[in-house]
Each structure stands twice: as C-alpha cells, then as structure tokens.
Design a protein around this ligand. Structure first.
Ligand SMILES: CC(C)(COP(=O)(O)OP(=O)(O)OC[C@H]1O[C@@H](n2cnc3c(N)ncnc32)[C@H](O)[C@@H]1OP(=O)(O)O)[C@@H](O)C(=O)NCCC(=O)NCCS
Length: 180
C-alpha cells in the first residue's frame, strides 16, 4: 500500500514522547535496541537546536491523512578518515506504520532533501543482515549494496555483521522517476 501520503517536518515538542519511548521500550526501535538510554536526552537535544544541527539532525515522518507522526528519519555527518564528509541516514517507524510503503519513501525523500540543501556527494546507510524490510526499503529508495561490514556491532549478546548501502548524488531518485 503506497497511498499513505507522507511529508517530512521538523521535530516539535510533542514528538519528544515518541523519542523517549524508543529509548525506554525494549525493541520498539527494532534491531537497533542496545539497552535502556537516558530518557531526558531528547528534551536536552530539542532545547539545544530543535534536532537540526550541523553534524546530526532529525525530521519527523508525518502522515498527512491521519495528522500523526509514523516515526522519524535522521542523518549524521561522517568521514572516511580524511577531511571529506558524507551523510549517514537512519529511520525508525512505530510498529503500526511499518509495511505500508512509508519507510522507503521517507528515506528517498530524505535523500532528495539532503542533495538539495547540502553539497555532499554520498549518503550511506547501514542495516542488519536479518532486516529484510530495511534492505528492500533502501534499494527502493535508490541505494545500492556496497558490501558486508564484518563483526561491526555488538548486539543482543554477540558480534554481528552489518550491510552497508549508499546512494550518490548522481544516482537516480525513485521519487523523481515518478514511482512514488
Ligand atoms: C525498516 C523500516 C524503515 C522499513 O520501512 P517500512 O515502511 O516498514 O517498509 P516499506 O513498506 O517501505 O517496504 C519496503 C519494502 O520492504 C518490504 N517489506 C516491508 N516489511 C517487510 C518485512 N517485515 N519483511 C520482508 N519484507 C518487508 C516491502 O514489501 C517492500 O518491498 P516490495 O516493494 O518489494 O514489496 C521500518 O520497518 C522500521 O522502521 N522498522 C524498525 C526500525 C528499523 O529497522 N530501522 C532501520 C534500522 S537499520
């Protein structure tokens, strides 16, 4: 189902409750759950810059018809060891909004936004071997699989591999190709 109309909008104070849930409800965020984290952190970050900073930011994924937020997307500035920077993006949707065609479109919209408003050439995203929904979402959002990052994270009591994807500025946007 891809007729759920979405947009990305800045974080508002009422969204902080969702962020607190992701930090304190085990596995609500999915495979990225790494244990309980400081539930006061979202309020501090929001007070600092409204989650729109030079090195890391978030936008809410807003569902137009329902006038609610399905989750959020985020991006962080990274480098490959030198001065050149790239973005790394992430996403988390609440369980009731998964599997409705929102995730791939939100990530495609975020890429278009970042390529429009920043000069960086490369956007990357990592995911887990068992996260089929995110792997498919990234490909639908215009990303290509670059490879397996071996034993890159300690999660759920064991070292796990990661999958690394990227979309470059010149790669086609699935939204602009009229597939949305
Ligand atoms: C991962 C996530 C962003 C994907 O977004 P989504 O809205 O659920 O996925 P979409 O509806 O856009 O589906 C994209 C593709 O994945 C497929 N898909 C969706 N859920 C799936 C599932 N549970 N298993 C297998 N495939 C799935 C869809 O069928 C679609 O592929 P298709 O067009 O070939 O049919 C979302 O499920 C989520 O927020 N999960 C929890 C947090 C998370 O894992 N974030 C990423 C961390 S790396």
């Amino acid at each position: 189902m891809s007729d759920v109309s979405i947009s990305l909008r800045p974080v508002a104070e009422e969204d902080l409750a969702m962020f607190r849930r992701f930090l304190t409800e085990p596995y609500l965020i999915g495979l990225d759950w790494t244990g309980f984290a400081d539930a006061q952190q979202p309020a501090r970050r929001f007070a600092l810059d409204g989650y729109l900073g030079p090195d890391s930011s978030r936008l809410m994924v807003h569902v137009e018809q329902e006038k609610v937020c399905a989750g959020f997307v985020g991006w962080t500035l990274r480098d490959f060891g030198g001065p050149t920077k790239h973005w790394e993006i992430g996403i988390a949707l609440l369980p009731q909004w998964r599997g409705l065609g929102i995730g791939w479109r939100a990530q495609a919209m975020l890429c278009d936004y970042l390529f429009t408003h920043t000069q960086l050439q490369r956007i990357q995203a990592g995911t887990h071997p068992e996260n089929i929904a995110e792997q498919k979402s990234l490909v639908k959002a215009g990303f290509q699989l670059e490879g397996v990052i071996r034993a890159c994270e300690f999660r759920d009591g064991r070292w796990c591999d990661g999958y690394l994807y990227s979309r470059l500025r010149d790669d086609p946007s699935p939204l602009r190709a009229g597939q949305a």
